[in-house]
Design a protein around this ligand. Structure first.
Ligand code: PEP
Ligand code: MG
Length: 553
C-alpha cells in the first residue's frame, strides 16, 4: 500500500514498475487538462462537419510538428510514431465514419469523435493482447487531442507555486518530475528540459510514450497507484527508473548516494570493463540502442528484440529496411557477436497491422514461431535481411518460443530455403529456451542447434503461471529464487556443455546482480542484460572472483 507523508523530513519509498532507466531528481509537477473559456459543444447540423474537418487538420498539423521535432532530437524511426498518427487522421474511412455520424445520426462533432473512436477502442480492448491494449492508449490519445481541440481544452501542468503552465515550458524553470495518471506519446517530446522524469499510474513498457522516453533518456516509473494524491505537492522527489522506485523526500544520504551514481554516469549507463571468464552482452530493442550498449562496454549484443522495430514503426518493415537496421548494429559491434532474434510477435506484443488471422486471443496458439510459420513471407524477408547484414560481422539467429527440435528444424529449413542464393557464412542458429517443453527437450534441441539462450521472462511465466507484467511483483522474487527454476537453468547449462555448445541467459533475472553468482555457479558465463545493468552484473561477478579465484566453467 502506498502512503504519502506530510512530514517533509520522512523518506518514503514507493515501489513501481521500471519503465525507462535512469535517475531523476526534482519537485513534483502535476499533469492536467485546462478547460478553455467557452466549451462549444454545438448542436448537430450546421457546419459541424466543417468544424470537425478543421479540427482534424489542426491536430494533424500538430502531430506533423511533433514528428519534425522528434526527427530533430532523435531520428526518423522514432518520428514515424507521429507520422503514423498523421496517417490515421488522414484515413478516408475514419473521416467517412465521423462525417456519417454527424450527417446520418445528427451527432455534434464531439459526439461523433467519441462514438467512432470509442468503437475502435472497444474492438482493441476486447483483445487479450497486451500490445493491442497498449494501442488503445494511442487511439485514446488521438481521441482526447481532437476533443481537446474541439472543446478548447489544453493539456497543462501545475505545481505548488504555479498554475496552468504550458506543457512545453516550466515558467519557474525548476527541475521537476511530471506526475500524471497516464503519459501521452507526445509528452516526452513536448516537455522542456526541466522535466527530468515521469511518474505514472498506467503505461505499458511497449507503449510509444515509453519507447520515446527511453530513447530520450528520461526515466519513468509506472504502476504507482493513487496518483496524484500519493505525491505531496511540497515534496522533493527522486525517481529511479532502473529499479522502478519513487523516493519521496529523499534523505541527504540517499541523495548523495544517487548523486555519486549520476556523476559516474555521463550517458546514463555506467561504463565498465570486461571480467575474465564472463561475457556480458546487451539486450536491445531498436538499432539505435546500440549506442548505449557500446557506451556501457557491452561485449556484443545478446538479444536484439527485432519485433520492437516493427512495433515502433507501427507496420511491417521491408527486407531492405530490416537489413539497414541489422547492418547498423553489426557494424557498430565491429566483430563482436550479435544475437538477433527472429520476430517474436506473440500475445503481449501482437500487432494491430497483422491480419486478424494472426491476432488470435489464444496466447499460446499464436506464439512468435507460429506467426513466422503462418506468414512465410515475413520469415523470408527477415532471413534475407539477416544474411545481408551477416556480410559485415557474425550474427547468431535466435529462434523464439520453440517447443521441440522438430519445430526448430522446420523454421531453420525455411530460413535456409529463403537464403539459398546468398552467402550465409557468418550465421549461426540457436534456440531461446523460454517454454518448459523446450527445456525438457533440451538434449534433442542442443544436438541440432548451434547455441542456446535461456529466456527467463517467459520461462517463469509458463513454469509458474506467473503474470509477466509484474503486477504480481511480490511473488516474482519468489519465482526467481525457486529451486525448480534453478534446477532447470543448471540442467540446460549441463545439457549444452555435454553437446559442446554455448548456453547464455537473458531476461530480467539476468540483470539482477544479486543473482549473478548463482548464474555463474550453474556454469553459465554469458549474460545478456539491458545496458543499464551491465556494470552492476560485472561488479557482482568480480566480487565472486575475488572470493574464489577459479574461473567459471
Ligand atoms: C524472455 O522471455 O525471457 C525473453 C528474453 O524474451 P522477451 O522478454 O522478449 O519475451
Ligand atoms: Mg520471451
Amino acid at each position: 500500500m502506498q502512503v504519502a507523508t506530510d512530514n517533509a523530513s520522512t523518506e518514503v519509498r514507493l515501489r513501481g514498475a521500471a519503465l525507462s532507466p535512469g535517475v531523476a531528481v526534482g519537485r513534483p509537477c502535476f499533469f492536467t487538462w485546462h478547460n478553455g473559456s467557452d466549451s462549444p459543444e454545438s448542436s448537430a447540423g450546421g457546419d459541424e462537419v466543417q468544424r470537425l474537418r478543421d479540427s482534424l487538420q489542426r491536430v494533424a498539423h500538430q502531430r506533423a510538428h511533433l514528428a519534425e521535432q522528434t526527427a530533430t532530437v532523435l531520428d526518423r524511426e522514432h518520428a514515424d510514431i507521429f507520422t503514423t498518427q498523421c496517417l490515421m487522421l488522414d484515413d478516408e474511412s475514419l473521416q467517412t465514419e465521423l462525417v456519417q455520424a454527424i450527417q446520418d445520426q445528427g451527432c455534434s462533432a464531439q459526439q461523433a469523435v467519441r462514438q467512432v473512436f470509442d468503437s475502435y477502442k472497444a474492438q482493441l480492448s476486447a483483445s487479450d493482447s497486451g500490445y493491442l491494449q497498449q494501442r488503445v492508449a494511442d487511439i485514446d490519445e488521438i481521441r482526447q487531442t481532437i476533443l481537446g481541440d474541439l472543446e478548447r481544452t489544453v493539456p497543462c501542468r501545475y505545481c505548488r507555486e504555479a498554475y496552468n503552465c504550458s506543457i512545453d515550458r516550466c515558467r519557474l524553470g525548476n527541475d521537476h518530475i511530471l506526475v500524471g495518471r497516464e503519459i501521452t506519446t507526445s509528452l516526452p517530446v513536448e516537455t522542456d528540459m526541466h522535466t527530468t522524469g515521469f511518474i505514472v499510474e498506467k503505461a505499458g513498457p511497449n507503449s510509444h510514450a515509453i519507447i520515446l522516453a527511453r530513447a530520450l533518456l528520461r526515466p519513468v516509473v509506472g504502476n504507482i497507484r493513487d496518483l496524484p494524491d500519493c505525491i505531496p505537492a511540497q515534496a522533493q522527489l527522486l525517481i529511479d527508473g532502473t529499479k522502478g522506485q519513487v523516493i519521496i523526500n529523499p534523505s541527504p544520504e540517499t541523495l548523495a548516494l544517487y548523486q555519486a551514481r549520476r556523476n559516474n554516469d555521463s550517458t546514463d549507463v555506467q561504463v565498465s570493463t570486461p571480467v575474465t571468464g564472463l561475457r556480458v552482452m546487451a539486450n536491445i530493442s531498436l538499432s539505435a540502442d546500440v549506442r548505449e550498449a557500446l557506451a556501457a562496454g557491452a561485449e556484443g549484443v545478446g538479444l536484439y528484440r527485432t519485433e520492437m522495430e516493427l512495433l515502433a514503426a507501427g507496420r511491417l518493415l521491408s527486407e531492405n529496411e530490416q537489413a539497414v537496421r541489422y547492418t547498423q548494429v553489426v557494424k557498430a559491434m565491429a566483430g563482436k557477436p550479435v544475437c538477433i532474434r527472429l520476430l517474436d510477435l506473440h500475445h503481449d506484443k501482437n500487432a494491430v497491422w497483422l491480419s486478424s488471422r494472426e491476432q488470435s486471443s489464444d496466447a499460446n496458439g499464436k506464439a512468435g514461431k507460429h506467426i513466422l510459420l503462418a506468414r512465410p513471407e515475413m520469415l523470408q524477408a527477415q532471413a534475407r535481411a539477416l544474411a545481408t547484414a551477416a556480410r559485415h560481422g557474425p550474427i547468431h539467429v535466435l529462434y523464439p518460443m520453440i517447443i521441440s527440435a522438430k519445430q526448430f528444424l522446420d523454421l531453420r529449413r525455411r530460413f535456409d530455403a529463403a537464403t539459398a542464393d546468398m552467402p550465409t557464412v557468418g550465421l549461426q542458429h540457436g534456440v531461446l529456451f523460454e517454454v518448459p517443453a523446450a527445456c525438457l527437450a533440451a538434449a534433442e534441441i542442443m544436438a541440432v542447434a548451434d547455441f542456446g539462450c535461456i529466456g527467463t521472462n517467459d520461462l517463469i511465466q509458463y513454469l509458474f503461471g506467473a503474470d509477466r507484467d509484474g503486477t504480481d511483483t511480490h511473488n516474482h522474487s519468489d519465482f526467481e529464487s525457486s529451486s525448480v527454476l534453478w534446477k532447470m537453468i543448471a540442467a540446460l547449462s549441463h545439457t549444452a556443455a555435454s553437446a559442446g555448445k554455448p548456453m547464455g541467459i537473458c531476461g530480467e533475472l539476468a540483470s539482477k546482480p544479486e543473482l549473478t553468482c548463482r548464474i555463474l555457479s550453474c556454469g553459465i558465463n554469458t549474460i545478456s542484460t539491458s545496458a543499464a545493468h551491465i556494470a552492476d552484473v560485472r561488479r557482482a561477478a568480480k566480487s565472486r572472483y575475488s572470493e574464489t579465484p577459479s574461473t567459471p566453467a
